[in-house]
Design a protein around this ligand. Sequence first.
Ligand code: SF4
Ligand code: SF4
Length: 380
Amino acid sequence: MSFHVMLIPTLGCPGNCSYCWSSEERSPIMSIETIKEVVEWLKDFREDSVTFTFHGGEPLLAGADFYREALPMLAEGVKPKKVAFAIQTNLWKMTDEIAEIFAEYDIPIGSSLDGPKELNDFQRGEGYFEKTMRGYRIAQKHGLSVRFITTFTSYSEKYREEIFNFYLENGWILKFHPALPSLRGDEPEKWALDPEEYGKLLIYLLDKYLENMDRIEVMNIDHLCKGVFSGKGAVCTFVDCMGDVLAVGPDGGIYPCYRFVGMPEYVMGNVYDRPGIEELAQSDAWKLMFNYKEYVDQHCKDCAHIKYCRGGCPYNAITPTGGEIKGVDPHCVSYKMIFDEITERVNNEMFGGPSMEMGFFQNPMKPSKPGIMSLMFKKT
Ligand code: SF4
Ligand code: SF4
């Protein structure tokens, strides 16, 4: 995994999605001075190439002038490191001016859309669908690539078929994540997707994907299968992200990941002090992240999936218990379900039985519809 720095220009967001766990009202916006400090900090930090992802809150609240200055500063400032950009935004504040600047740097956009209009607006807010679509059309007009991410909640998972078909009919790549218990609000569990339900949903989407393989790409399933096939996680959730991902908050505070930004107990340093890795490693948050890695080595040592699961996301594991390591990512249940399913299908297709030890040429079974192995050979 290459080095990833998430820049959080603000925690503010014009939306107020019912299940959101991160946005804050009246959050300050990062100054361009802080971007200059990010550049200075990174000059001697690490040798490898770096991907900057703007995240939030809602990063477009920083405005066109911010990006017009920040992008060349970052792209040129940390040379000879290779630099790539990405942004995660709800697109409401997208303008022709911002889209033009992003097009210059070929910035891929990730946005959120929870399915058809009614479903999306029910769980996010009235009028949200149209606001995102408006921004999407502007981005498209400027040739920007936009991928949508769907949050499956305890409510919307009941409409899994509608959501899948919605992506299929629009010809969009499907990427999704489960709603987490909110760290704000009175009913933290209201929208959260139960891990077992999430596991069932993953298996359902695997089947739907195989049925429609030539018409859709389901990114999460590709990543999960790639992990099993290669023995190494393909996304941050399934690798040891600690140390390879850092996030910078609006005031220059450095955190282990964007998800921790705004939680003072997870600050590891500040870009204005230009800390090296050794200094960051002295912080409690850094130590906690690496303690999690050791915990996973022990706790998951007998799990067949440890190499391409790595205990899931440390944020999911650590924050619900107030910063104490009491278990792995609560989605362990879901991960086991889908990894078991994938490995079982691989074994059946390759060896005609449940055990790898049966031998390659014994009892070959030809699946009647595209099997899991077809995902292995699929070009993505
Ligand atoms: S804490 Fe979770 S979301 Fe953040 S980089 Fe690590 S695995 Fe990814
Ligand atoms: S599936 Fe669960 S037990 Fe296995 S490695 Fe992942 S978190 Fe650990």
